[in-house]
Design a protein around this ligand. Structure first.
Ligand SMILES: Cc1cc2nc3c(=O)[nH]c(=O)nc-3n(C[C@H](O)[C@H](O)[C@H](O)COP(=O)(O)O)c2cc1C
Length: 193
């Protein structure tokens, strides 16, 4: 089993990466492989399609998704938004029914607004949203700050453990013959008929 974790920060090894690493550790302990993909500047420098293609390919065989973003101006980073807009518009089939969770890292404020935006991608694609205790946020300006945020670190650890548990439950369900629900054809209406 495998979980993909997207780091939506421009900083490869910053606070978001540190938070995602805390989620990845209990998954690895549960023998679930993890890969942190750094979204970086490519997402908004003309390479978003290639990056999304790579993520979509990896999600074909992955079982879960965690999206991490720093808070920029009280919302998700433009980089992660650019990737998710393309990924969820073109990759629903490789995402559907796979457990997902969002993580936000801020120096001070804007985390819950950020989580609100990120979680909406998951429910758009029928992805079961994995929860932790409280909300999935850490606080810091440096990785050291994040590690000093003991409550945040605990929240990340619990999130990783809960995702591992949900993945094992789905695996056991499949082995017991429980079918995944079929995808319904989309009814697509708008406000003008
Ligand atoms: C462009 C920009 C905007 C930011 N806006 C906010 C903000 O609105 N609220 C906040 O608390 N921190 C804000 N920050 C700080 C980062 O969210 C915070 O330091 C975060 O933990 C950095 O994560 P990273 O190291 O993974 O990039 C901002 C940082 C940048 C670069």
């Amino acid at each position: 089993m495998k979980v993909i974790l997207l780091n939506g920060s421009r900083r490869e090894k910053g606070c978001t990466f540190t938070a995602l690493s805390q989620v990845a550790a209990p998954l690895e302990e549960a023998q679930i492989h993890t890969e942190i993909i750094h979204v970086g500047k490519d997402a908004v420098n003309g390479n978003v399609d290639a990056l999304v293609k790579e993520i979509r390919e990896k999600m074909k065989t992955a079982d879960g998704l965690v999206v991490g973003s720093p808070v920029y101006f009280a919302g998700p980073s433009g980089e992660i938004k650019a990737v998710l807009d393309r990924l969820f518009m073109t990759g629903e089939d490789v995402l559907r029914l796979k457990p997902a969770a969002a993580v936000a890292s801020a120096r001070r404020a804007g985390t819950t607004a950020t989580l609100d935006v990120l979680n909406k991608y998951f429910t758009y694609a029928e992805m079961p949203v994995v929860s932790s205790r409280y909300w999935n946020v850490v606080h810091g300006y440096t990785p050291e700050d994040v590690l000093a945020d003991k409550e945040g670190v605990q929240i990340m650890r619990i999130l990783g453990r809960n995702m591992a548990w949900m993945l094992r439950c789905i695996e056991a369900g499949k082995k017991a013959g429980i079918q995944m629900p079929d995808k319904e054809e989309k009814i697509f209406t708008n406000f003008i008929g």
